[in-house]
Each structure stands twice: as structure tokens, then as C-alpha cells.
Ligand binder design. Structure first.
Ligand code: NAD
Length: 395
């Protein structure tokens, strides 16, 4: 099969096996070029490990700390006529590199919200990982969740709370800057988003792992959040997803308390291009403007640079860098006053006509295609490739 990108809005329905593998190799090479983190975790469970921040949270402990990793994700396998999803091929690329380095790397493909998945993972930690993990990374981004106790299905939404929000947004297919108006969420939509993207499932995972006695005494667990600048607050920090992140922070405090000698953190990360962030209104335009400024200042980072810094500065340290609310901040460079001042200035002037002058829309589009393995150096996109790539799944 010759694989080309087929994009529709923030969705690409194809992915390139060699492109995804080459992308992963670049990220691994970056981690290998950094100092080793000898005090880092050695047995790591990553929930949401196939793309974005979770994928980087698997690459960094494996290649900076020499960790064995067990990953969980929800991806589509290929057929003879249809490619697998990008996260499947990312995992194939990661698995090959990890095994070559002599590291354990197995995975579960299925619903991380279910009790069944938690039970299977616990059995695998006992059988394959010496009975304990010393780090648990929680990096799910999902549009829906089935409650394992009731079977009820909850859906998340990205809406403001209490007010209608109108601002610039970007049609990423056409490169058009246009206004978007989003009506506020009702109480039920807020509650459903909290149920999907809040802290309940993270806490259920940590309780299940603790009850099964598969957590090391000094275990570290982390989940990810975002704050961003004021212009995005109505649709992010103060919107439905922000309500879910407040719930995540409350769960973090409870998990930390229950862990005793172990530690639980919320890390506030930088805005980056992922499948999840490309679906948020307004954010892709903000990211395009932000990237132009951060690249010009030489402080631009992607997921893997962010997560390496998270491990190096905080997770592998006895003195993690925390803000007043006790959160780790690796969004510190994004939120610098000088960066935000330039971004705000461009934001107020941006239009379709000056999009390429005031923003790095080209870089945004390239990053988006790279998520699916397209536009990666050294890959022959005209060549036939076999879409079927087996994975060492643990079940
Ligand atoms: P992503 O879409 O790249 O990754 C989501 C992961 O969750 C994938 O591995 C996917 O397979 C997995 N997943 C989804 N539903 C699942 C299910 N039911 N069972 C098992 N696995 C499932 O997302 P991302 O942008 O890396 O987001 C991860 C976290 O980082 C989120 O909490 C997000 O809010 C946070 N974050 C993202 C950004 C950003 O700019 N992208 C910034 C700060 C924080």
C-alpha cells in the first residue's frame, strides 16, 4: 500500500508506519542526547501511552532512566486495506527501539476506564514487572468514558461556563481566521466533562494498584493539566475542561495523601500540537502564534522536550519545582511575560491575510501531519509499505 495523508479538519484517517517509526526514533535520539537520569523510575506504567504527552512519558523513562514500561492505549489495528491509527504505529516504533535496548515494553490496547483493564494490568505487573511499579503516568485524553460501575456513558465537551464566548479561531484545513461563538455549557455537560476528564479514573487506578500491592513505596504518579493565557480561559481554564482539571487537582491531593511515602503530582504542560489539542476551538490559532514567538526566542519545545524537563527538574528530584498551588510547571517558558506580551499583540492583529506573517501556521500544519507520520525526513512516501505491524500486546 502507498500511504498518503487523508485529513478532514482535526482528523487524519491514515497514518504512515515508517513515518511514525522515524518520528519516534527522532524523539528517542533527542532523549539519548540529554544527560541520563540515573535516579529515575525503573518500572513504569503509562496510561495513554501511544500519542502526545503519554508517548513522550514512555520514551523519557525508557531512554533516560533505562525503565521497563507497560503502556495502555486505545488504537485501531490495520487491515489489508486500511492503515492502523498513528498511536499503533508509534507503539510499534517504540517497542522495536526499546527491545533493541534490552528494555521490557509490552502494551494493552483497550479501554483504560474499565475495571477489566485495571485487573489485567495488575496481573501483568505481577507476572512481568517484578510485582511493583515505581511510576504511574496518567495521560488520557478521551471524548467519552463508560462508568465501570454503572455502565453509563459520559461525553466530554469543550465549552465556556456561564457566558457565551466569541473569539478568533483557525480553520486549519483552509488557513482561514474567523470568529467562533460558543454557547455556554449546561450543568449536565459540565458534570459529564468532569466525569470523563477529571480525576475520578486516575484515583480509581491508584486505589486499584495500591489494593493489589503493586506500587513501590516510593512510587511517583503524575497527571497533566493546562492553564494557558487569558484569551483562551473561557474555553479552557474557566470552561468545562478547566472544571475537569480542578477535579484532577483535588484527586491529586487525595492520591498523594493515600500514598504515604509516594508522591502524586499534577504537571501543567505547554500547549503543543496533539490529536487532543487540535480539537479545541481557538487553541490551534493560539499555538500557531505561540510557536512563532518561542521558536524566534530559541525556547520552543515539543512533547518530548517538555517531558524530559519534567523528569529532570521535578520527577527525578527530591525538590520538585512547584507553584503556589503545589503543581509542577513546565509551561513556565510559554507563560513568560515577554512571550505572552508578543503573543497578545499578534493575537489582536491576526487575520487570514497576515496569518503566515504573525504566526507559524506552516509549523502547526507540519506538526499536525507528523502526528500521523507524514513529512518526516528520510521516509520514502512513494514506496509501498505493509500496513500490518504486529505489537507485543500483553493479552
Ligand atoms: P493525545 O490525544 O495525544 O493522547 C491521548 C492518549 O489517551 C492516547 O494514547 C490514546 O490512545 C489514549 N486513550 C484515549 N482514550 C482511551 C481509553 N478509553 N482507554 C485507553 N487509552 C485511551 O492527548 P494529549 O494532548 O497528549 O493529552 C494528554 C494529557 O495532557 C491530557 O490530560 C491533556 O489535557 C494534557 N495536556 C495536553 C496539552 C496539549 O497541548 N496537548 C497541554 C497540557 C496538558
Amino acid at each position: 500500500m502507498i500511504v498518503q495523508p487523508k485529513t478532514r479538519g482535526f482528523i487524519c484517517t491514515t497514518a504512515h508506519p515508517e513515518g511514525c517509526a522515524a518520528n519516534i526514533r527522532e524523539q528517542i535520539d533527542y532523549v539519548k542526547s540529554q544527560p541520563k537520569l540515573e535516579s529515575g523510575p525503573k518500572k513504569v506504567l503509562v496510561i495513554g501511552s501511544s500519542t502526545g504527552y503519554g508517548l513522550s512519558s514512555r520514551i523519557v523513562p525508557a531512554f533516560a532512566c533505562g525503565a521497563d514500561t507497560l503502556g495502555i492505549f486505545f488504537e485501531k489495528e490495520a487491515t489489508e486495506r486500511k492503515t492502523a491509527s498513528a498511536g499503533w504505529y508509534n507503539t510499534a516504533g517504540f517497542e522495536a527501539a526499546a527491545k533493541e535496548a534490552g528494555l521490557y515494553a509490552r502494551h494493552f490496547n483497550g479501554d483504560a476506564f474499565s475495571d477489566e483493564m485495571k485487573a489485567k494490568v495488575i496481573e501483568t505487573i505481577k507476572s512481568d514487572m517484578g510485582g511493583k511499579v515505581d511510576a504511574v503516568i496518567y495521560s488520557l485524553a478521551s471524548p467519552r468514558r463508560t462508568d465501570p460501575k454503572t455502565g453509563d456513558v459520559y461525553k466530554s465537551c469543550l465549552k465556556p461556563i456561564g457566558q457565551t464566548y466569541t473569539n478568533n479561531t483557525l480553520n486549519t484545513d483552509k488557513g482561514l481566521v474567523d470568529e467562533i461563538t460558543i454557547e455556554p455549557a449546561d450543568e449536565d455537560e459540565i458534570a459529564q466533562t468532569v466525569k470523563v476528564m477529571g480525576g475520578e479514573d486516575w484515583e480509581m487506578w491508584m486505589d486499584a494498584l495500591a489494593d493489589a500491592d503493586v506500587l513501590a513505596d516510593n512510587v511517583t504518579t503524575v497527571a497533566y493539566s493546562y492553564i494557558g493565557p487569558e484569551m483562551t480561559w473561557p474555553v479552557y481554564k474557566d470552561g468545562t475542561i478547566g472544571a475537569a482539571k480542578i477535579d484532577l487537582e483535588k484527586a491529586c491531593a487525595r492520591i498523594d495523601e493515600k500514598l504515604g511515602a509516594g508522591r502524586a503530582f499534577v504537571s501543567v504542560n505547554k500547549a503543543v500540537v496533539t490529536q487532543a489539542s487540535s480539537a479545541i476551538p481557538v487553541v490551534p490559532l493560539y499555538i500557531s502564534i505561540l510557536f512563532k514567538d518561542m521558536k524566534a526566542r530559541g525556547i520552543h519545545e515539543g512533547c518530548t522536550e517538555q517531558i524530559y524537563r519534567l523528569f529532570a527538574e521535578s520527577l527525578c528530584s527530591d525538590a520538585p519545582k512547584l507553584d503556589d498551588a503545589g503543581r509542577i510547571r513546565v509551561d513556565d517558558w510559554e507563560m513568560r511575560d515577554d512571550v505572552q506580551a508578543t503573543v497578545a499583540e499578534s493575537w489582536n492583529k491576526i487575520s487570514t491575510e497576515n496569518l503566515n506573517e504573525l504566526s507559524d501556521f506552516t509549523g502547526y500544519q507540519a506538526d499536525f501531519l507528523r502526528l500521523f507520520g507524514f513529512g518526516v525526513d528520510g521516509v520514502d512516501y512513494g514506496a509501498e509499505t505493509d500496513p500490518i505491524r504486529p505489537l507485543d500486546l500483553a493479552d
